[in-house]
Design a protein around this ligand. Structure first.
Ligand SMILES: Cc1cc2nc3c(=O)[nH]c(=O)nc-3n(C[C@H](O)[C@H](O)[C@H](O)COP(=O)(O)OP(=O)(O)OC[C@H]3O[C@@H](n4cnc5c(N)ncnc54)[C@H](O)[C@@H]3O)c2cc1C
Length: 179
């Protein structure tokens, strides 16, 4: 679907790190969707990492999802996909270590296998560690920074994929009509 924001082709994107939202070389309109980066960029100390470690296992014919969040820090989930199964996980607030922790792998697999015994036969394919960009609430608003408008959209925590469509529409509404 075409929206007002998609009518004009603005050329190939340039990939660069923005160090300062008030820098002279930025344009009059900036959309800040820096995730965890907003902590230093805005700066916004309310943004914190919530570390998540998962194990990706071989698909062994599983079809049903399982999510157990009774322990907020050590979640247990088994998410079958076409070719593999994502087994998790952790939610460690304030931890920004992206290295795989072998002891955590053991605990994740033990919890998951207790609930889904068929996982015991699954080979481990790979490990993943990610940092959720958490904030008490999502920040989605326009800020006037002395002649420059910055539309902030960050702080989605562990629901960024789910919220992305709605947030994108709200950001597009905020920038629509901007010259
Ligand atoms: C283990 C784990 C499990 C998850 N599970 C789910 C789930 O089940 N459902 C769900 O909906 N979501 C889930 N999420 C959350 C989801 O992945 C995040 O909420 C989402 O990625 C946030 O999107 P974002 O675009 O705001 O931030 P990001 O994806 O972090 O993107 C921010 C981007 O900004 C860039 N950036 C940062 N600073 C600067 C700068 N100064 N200049 C230029 N670029 C900059 C970064 O390089 C990055 O590309 C999970 C995340 C993890 C880690």
């Amino acid at each position: 679907m075409m929206g007002p924001w998609s009518r004009r082709w603005i050329g190939a994107p340039e990939v660069a790190t923005v160090r300062d939202l008030d820098a002279d070389d930025l344009g009059p309109l900036v959309v800040d969707c820096a995730g965890l980066g907003a902590r230093d960029l805005v700066p916004d100390p309310a943004v914190v990492p919530v570390r998540g470690q998962v194990v990706v296992c071989e698909q062994v014919g599983l079809e049903e999802w399982l999510v157990d969040e009774s322990d907020e820090r050590e979640l247990t989930y088994v998410v079958p996909r076409l070719d593999d199964v994502v087994v998790g996980g952790t939610a460690e607030e304030g931890v920004d270590d992206r290295r795989v922790d072998p002891a955590t792998v053991e605990r994740i697999l033990a919890r998951a296998t207790a609930l889904v015994p068929r996982l015991a036969a699954a080979r481990v394919l790979r490990h993943r560690v990610g940092l959720r960009p958490a904030r008490p609430t999502v920040r989605l608003e326009a800020e006037d920074r002395g002649g420059r408008t910055v539309v902030h959209c960050y702080g989605h925590g562990g629901a960024g994929v789910t919220l992305s469509w709605g947030c994108a529409v709200e950001v597009a509404d905020l920038v629509a009509g901007f010259p």
